[in-house]
Ligand binder design. Sequence first.
Ligand SMILES: *[C@@H]1O[C@H](CO)[C@@H](O)[C@H](O)[C@H]1NC(C)=O
Ligand SMILES: *[C@@H]1O[C@H](CO)[C@@H](O)[C@H](O)[C@H]1NC(C)=O
Ligand SMILES: *[C@@H]1O[C@H](CO)[C@@H](O)[C@H](O)[C@H]1NC(C)=O
Length: 418
Amino acid sequence: MAVLRKLPSLSILSLVALVILVVEPYESLSSSRKSVHSGFKTDYNGVGSGMCASAVTVHGYKCQEFEVTTDDGYILSVQRIPEGRVGGAGGPKTNRQPVLLQHGVLVDGVTWLQNSPAQSPAMILADNGFDVWISNVRGTRYSRRHVTLDPDSADYWNWTWDDLVVHDLPALVDLVFKQTGQKIHYIGHSMGTLIALASFSEGKQIDKVKSAALLSPVAYLSHMTTALGDVAARAFVSEITTIFGLAEFNPRGEPVSDFLKVLCAQAGVDCYDLITALTGKNCCLNASTVDHFLKNEPQSTSTKNLVHLSQTVRDGVLSKYDYGSNDFNQAHYGETKPPRYNLTNIPHDFPLFLSYGGQDALSDVQDVGILLDNLKYHDVEKLHVQYIKDYAHADFIIGITAKDIVYNQIISFFRNQG
Ligand SMILES: *[C@@H]1O[C@H](CO)[C@@H](O)[C@H](O)[C@H]1NC(C)=O
Ligand SMILES: *[C@@H]1O[C@H](CO)[C@@H](O)[C@H](O)[C@H]1NC(C)=O
Ligand SMILES: *[C@@H]1O[C@H](CO)[C@@H](O)[C@H](O)[C@H]1NC(C)=O
């Protein structure tokens, strides 16, 4: 741990910030006062321990497990809820439209199934006649496999969200498209919005996607308003990689939790209050759901992915991964700077539903403003924007009021796309 003492507190805080950006919302209303260092003890049960069995069929829904291999060899697990509990009484009996649910960073597809069926987006969509597909990106518990690479090796973790754009999303969209023979409605949360926006801006997937609903949209990250967010924005990411290497970032693992313990103590901060201050106050979480959630999440991601996200915080622009030197960037991209994703290039007639919250410190209102500015030439009738004053990051996926406030609007929006 000696190395930790040498780190400037700036980078110490920035790592805390990165870790808790997504983790914290699920803790904030937890009945027991948990710190960031505990409560993540569920073992990885490996493949086939069955999200379907543990989170879907228990509620009386049909559920199918799929797997799909990306063109770079990652084997992803996908769950499908083909119809509602009572045959989808609320929707059409045939020709159910497929919806692909894409989770954010440090979580997995379980994120859509945490509340009761009447409150969980995946089951609400099924009950409304949609054919629901749940993605789990590389490195998460059910998608921790590769055709040749060992998930315990650093090579397996050599990727960022750029690779989700290039490899995972195409594999997932193709799977659903081929299985259903229909164009897909997409719902993303947090990083699940980022990879969709990046893909659409390059004209990718857009031919197979009918419309997209983006919850807590994340494209720009430079306006996190809290003191800690500000620190993260100016962070030097190199120290983080010095400690962990460009390998697995496992928030349940001892190195990360030990690291956080030391950092919180050294920085003289109460991490609980700090993270609340950083991520915003979720209005509408159920404490039992939060406890349940903590048994499943957070999931691993790659350190390189967190570095890439922190580059977005630091640089205020949306670019591919910055290899850190002109030479390395030149070797990878043929340019000295990483290429930008230009969101103004998203086709203006592509149906988009955006929902963002006034209390969301990760998807900050000002940063969403920049995104909306990128979309200012979008066809007005194809862009539906919803602002929810009281919502923070987690309210959009596990908020107990989200059905009435958000999901019903999404369902109407999808139905209106014909
Ligand atoms: C990681 O992947 C990149 C290509 O995306 C490659 O250039 C680099 O050598 C890889 N790094 C390691 C440590 O394997
Ligand atoms: C919160 O979750 C518990 C356990 O699932 C459930 O019994 C309770 O009804 C939920 N409360 C609300 C307000 O939804
Ligand atoms: C993005 O693309 C638009 C038009 O396609 C162009 O006018 C604009 O300069 C581009 N922005 C950046 C940052 O490259």
